[in-house]
Each structure stands twice: as structure tokens, then as C-alpha cells.
Design a protein around this ligand. Structure first.
Ligand code: NOJ
Length: 560
């Protein structure tokens, strides 16, 4: 803890708001959110008290994977607006003292990127080595699993040069060859272009995948599909490339970065974020996101997969990693997960508001940089659609098509997948009770949730007990209390299967946070004098009596 205070950094103290521009606010009536829409809502964003906006990709893209397939890294996606709109938005954010981090997708490009168009033309094209190719004379390439491919095959045959190219994601997202120094130079130039424009940093998409064993050895036969992924994440040169990126880019700017880090472990974590190694500032892992997801196949849901004691251990173990070095992140929702309240809370009418507040208390009182996904500040919930017509996500659609081609049970898939699909979190922002929730005046690209007439920003602005107002209070509480940012973290009543309780302590100040993750009252086993301690914030007027906590109660006590 002492060490962390010496290592105080502005980016450790920020609250990050993740903004999905496609679904935020449409101003030109095409049903797709745009940058002018973000500009219109700048005062709202400021009113939340957040300090940083992480914006999902806004670069030119054919949108096979909603912007995660970039065809021009230096242009704004036409549907989102122009570079002038971008400049105005950035200025507006900065005027409100809010930083902007952009989503940089450089493990792969779109197949419509000029580099790939060149690369596929001929085997001796100067851009050939920008991607991974396997000449067909060598026979079929060793199988690699693809997460978005209909056949789950990461190699796509391209007749033009009688070769296969490699794509971990969809066939429209060919992987860049980071072994080629020219590719790395291009990436650093793109990063500098945006930093020179004044942005404040990057979220680095699937950065753990950039280095691969380019011999592509055959995979052991007995492995499960989900185990294949590490064969091309956390590759042999990953740390060299991140150090080079730091040297070439990050060391030259006072900026923020966060990597999306698949397959990182508590043992390997500091290799990425120990300040002395000059790689990244922070990353996010996925260890706690398995709740509600089937262990056998993560395209399916599993209601029974929830063990709070295990879940607490995950956070505790991760907190310990960063006691002296490095720094963590904390999130419960993003554009790749179903809605936070539906997944980790309870989205029934009785508990939606309470559990949303409880989850915000959690995110904003942990020792790590908090990330809040847009819509969660009002407690938006899953749509759970079971009809394929509703879906826009390549992940769901291609998996469904693959099952259909194999003659497998598509309906059973949709029934199960509905609860965890990514489109749950991508439905338009619910601004008010007017048609299409005030998001657009035409047909939205993805259907608005049917509950928008009652669950929306305008209604919550008028309700002092709303999730929105609670969220704002909680953000201020964190920002005004160094203890909630840097203080030590210690679990209380660790084996309690309903309550997540912990202390945060710095110097002489101590808080006790108690969160009931269940729909029934729960008793806290502790010597701490809970009932006589002042309450700093709670989602109930009386959250607890005799150490019995109400369903989904959230309380922060100041321990005297
Ligand atoms: C991770 C992103 O968060 C996800 O939305 C995207 O589909 C994949 N990376 C591929 O870029």
C-alpha cells in the first residue's frame, strides 16, 4: 500500500466510462449513433462525474464486427461523421476535463484495408508479409480455431494466390503479421497520429494475440477447442513488442493505456504492468466473467454457474498481485458481455434497481481503475431475444449459421445464448420515453429494449432514488476518498456465500463495504461494530439490523 502511494498516477485515479457510439445517440436519422450525438450528450457525460471516455472503434470500417474490422485507421467511419466532428467532440470532452481513449484494433485489419487488398494480389506483393499466408502446395495448414468463423476454422483459402490466410476472428478480419517490423512501424505511426491530434491514450484490442508462433505447429489432438486459443495468444515475442511500443510511442506522451489481455494469469500479470518493465500501464482479464456462461461451450449460458465464494477469491487474488507494483482494472460490463445487472445482479422488477446500485458500489469501491459501460449507469438490462432476426452480432450469426449447416439444434442454441449474447449490451441508449427511446427518429440498427418507456435517463433524472443518481454519488465518493482508490483491500467473512464484504484502509481511515449478492437476507460474521458505524452510502434507508443485510443491500461504513 505504501508503495502504491509512492506510485500515485493520474490514470490510477480516474473513473472510465465506456461509450458504444453506434448505440449512443443518432442525430442524422439513419438509425446509427454518431459523433454529433456524442457531442449533444457531452453535458450528460460530464454530469456523471466520469473522467475518461473509452470509445469503441470509430475508424472507417465495413462493420463486419461493428468497427473491430478497420479499413482506414486515419479516417472516421462515415456513419459516425467526419474528422471535423471528431475534433469538435474531442475539444468538447477536454473542455469538460474528460479524457478520451480510443479503441485500437491492430491484431487484425478488415479484409477491405488497402494493405490486405495488396497482400492478396500476388505472392511477391510488397504487402504480402503484412499478413500470415500459408501456400497451398504445402498442403492444408495445421488447424486453428476461429472464434467467429462459421466453420470455426481460422484459415481461409484464397484462390487468387492459391494460399490460405489466417484470421482468429471472422474471415473479414485477417491477422496482421507483427513479426514484420514494417507492420509494427505502421502501427506506431497510427498511434502517434492520434496522440498528436490530442487524444489521451488507447484501449488495445486483443493485444495478447499479436505475437504468434508463425510456424503454426499442429495442435495436440486431444485438446478441447477452447484450449486451442493460447496457441496464438501470449506468443513468444509479445513482451518485446510491448516494450518496443512503449519505447516508440507511450514513453513520448503523458497518456493512458489498457490492454485487453486474454489468458493472462496472476503469475504472469506483472510481466505486463510492472512499471520498471516499460510495457503497459494496465490490462483487463476475464477471470470473473464466466458467471452465467457454460464452462463446456461459452456460446451457451449456464444459470447454475455462480459461486460467490469462488468469485470473491478471484478478486482477492488479483488484488494481491498489485499490492506493490502494477495496477488493476475492474469492470462488470462491456460491449462483449450481456448486461451487468442481468448477469451479476437481478433484473427482476423487484431487484433491478437495488442490485444495479449494489454492483456500482462494488465497481467503485475496489482497488483498481473502474470501467463503467454506457447504459449501466441507469441499470439497463438484457433483451434475451431468442429469434435470430433480432441479432446483428457476427459472433451470434456465424455460430448460428455454422450449426445450421451442420444440421444441429439452432433453436436450443438461441434459447440458451439469448442470456449471454453481446447484442444484449449493444441495444440503443434509453434516453427518454419517446419513440425509440429518444435514440433515433427512424429505425434503430438494433431494436430498442421494450422496457424503455419506464427505464430511461429522463425518468431517472426526475427520481432522486434512481440508479443514475446513486451512480453519480458513488463516483463522487470514490473521487473524494483516496482510501477507496489506494487503500488496502481485505476480505471480511470470506466464506460467506451471499455477502461480498471487505475493508479498505489507508493511514487511519477505514471503510467496510458490505454487498449482498443474493435475493434473501444475509448475516455478516464479523467482530466489526457494524450497527454503530456511520453509513457513508447505501441503497437502503436501513440496510442492516443486527448484522443481517437486506437482499441486494450495499453499504459502505466508516469504521471509527
Ligand atoms: C475484442 C473486442 O472487444 C470484440 O468486440 C471484438 O469482436 C474482438 N476483440 C475482435 O476485434
Amino acid at each position: 500500500m505504501y508503495q502504491q502511494l509512492i506510485n500515485k498516477k493520474w490514470w490510477k485515479e480516474k473513473v472510465v466510462y465506456q461509450l458504444y457510439p453506434r448505440s449512443f445517440k443518432d442525430t442524422n436519422g439513419d438509425g446509427i449513433g454518431d459523433l454529433k450525438g456524442v457531442i449533444e450528450k457531452l453535458d450528460y457525460i460530464q454530469s456523471l462525474g466520469v473522467d475518461v471516455v473509452w470509445m469503441n472503434p470509430i475508424f472507417e470500417s465495413p462493420n463486419d464486427d461493428m468497427g473491430y474490422d478497420i479499413s482506414d485507421y486515419k479516417a472516421i467511419m462515415k456513419e459516425f461523421g467526419s474528422m471535423e466532428d471528431f475534433d469538435e467532440m474531442l475539444k468538447g470532452l477536454h473542455e469538460r476535463d474528460i479524457k478520451l481513449i480510443m479503441d485500437l484494433v491492430v491484431n487484425h485489419t478488415s479484409d477491405e484495408h488497402p494493405w490486405f487488398k495488396e497482400s492478396r494480389k500476388s505472392r511477391d506483393n510488397p504487402y504480402r508479409d503484412y499478413y500470415h499466408w500459408w501456400d497451398a502446395e504445402k498442403g492444408e495448414p495445421p488447424y486453428r480455431w476461429s472464434i467467429f468463423d462459421e466453420q470455426s476454422n481460422a484459415w481461409k483459402y484464397d484462390a487468387c494466390t492459391n494460399s490460405y490466410y489466417f484470421h482468429i476472428f471472422s474471415e473479414k478480419q485477417p491477422d496482421l503479421n507483427w513479426e514484420n517490423p514494417k507492420v509494427r512501424e505502421e502501427v506506431y505511426a497510427i498511434m502517434k497520429f492520434w496522440l498528436d491530434k490530442g487524444i489521451d491514450g488507447f484501449r488495445l484490442d486483443v493485444i495478447a494475440c499479436i505475437s504468434k508462433d508463425t510456424n503454426f505447429p499442429a495442435l495436440p489432438k486431444e485438446m478441447e477447442a477452447s484450449e486451442w486459443f493460447p496457441y496464438y495468444a501470449q506468443g513468444p515475442n509479445l513482451h518485446d513488442y510491448l516494450q518496443e511500443m512503449h519505447r516508440e510511442v507511450f514513453s513520448k506522451y503523458d497518456c493512458m493505456n489498457v490492454g485487453e489481455m486474454s489468458f493472462v494469469t496472476t503469475e504472469s500479470a506483472l510481466l505486463f504492468v510492472d512499471e520498471e518493465r516499460n510495457e503497459l500501464q494496465s490490462f483487463y482479464h476475464f477471470d470473473h466473467t464466466g458467471v452465467g456462461v457454460s464452462k463446456e461451450n461459452f456460446m451457451y449460458s449456464d444459470e447454475g454457474n455462480w459461486d460467490l465464494v469462488e468469485w470473491k477469491k478471484i478478486f482477492d487474488n488479483w488484488d494481491k498481485v498489485f499490492v506493490e507494483k502494477g495496477w488493476g482494472t475492474i469492470y462488470l460490463g462491456n460491449h462483449d458481455m450481456s448486461r451487468m445487472v442481468s448477469r451479476f445482479g437481478n433484473d427482476s422488477e423487484a431487484f433491478r434497481t437495488l442490485s444495479a446500485k449494489m454492483l456500482h458500489t462494488f465497481i467503485l469501491s475496489m482497488r483498481a481503475t473502474p470501467y463503467i459501460y454506457n447504459g449501466d449507469e441507469i441499470g439497463m438490462v438484457n433483451t434475451n431475444h431468442t429469434n435470430i432476426e433480432y441479432y446483428q452480432d457476427v459472433y451470434t450469426i456465424n455460430y448460428y449459421n455454422g450449426l445450421k449447416q451442420k444440421g444441429e439444434d439452432c433453436e436450443a442454441f438461441l434459447q440458451s445464448h439469448a442470456k449471454i449474447s453481446r447484442d444484449n449490451a449493444r441495444t440503443p441508449m434509453q434516453w427518454d420515453s419517446s419513440l425509440q427511446a429518444g435514440f433515433t427518429n427512424s429505425n434503430p440498427w438494433l431494436a430498442v429494449h421494450s422496457n424503455y418507456t419506464s427505464l430511461n435517463v429522463a425518468a431517472q433524472e426526475n427520481d432522486p432514488d434512481s440508479v443514475l443518481h446513486y451512480f453519480r454519488k458513488m463516483v463522487q465518493l470514490r473521487k473524494n476518498n483516496e482510501t477507496l482508490i489506494y487503500g488496502s483491500f481485505e476480505l471480511v467473512d470470506q466464506s460467506n456465500a451471499q455477502l461480498f464484504a471487505y475493508t479498505r484502509q489507508l493511514n487511519n481511515e477505514q471503510f467496510l463495504v458490505v454487498l449482498n449478492f443474493s435475493a434473501t437476507p444475509a448475516i455478516l460474521q464479523t467482530d466489526i461494530q457494524v450497527d454503530s458505524s456511520p453509513i457513508i452510502i447505501s441503497n437502503y434507508a436501513t440496510p442492516c439490523q443486527n448484522k443481517v443485510f437486506e437482499p441486494y443491500a450495499a453499504v459502505i461504513y466508516k469504521i471509527q
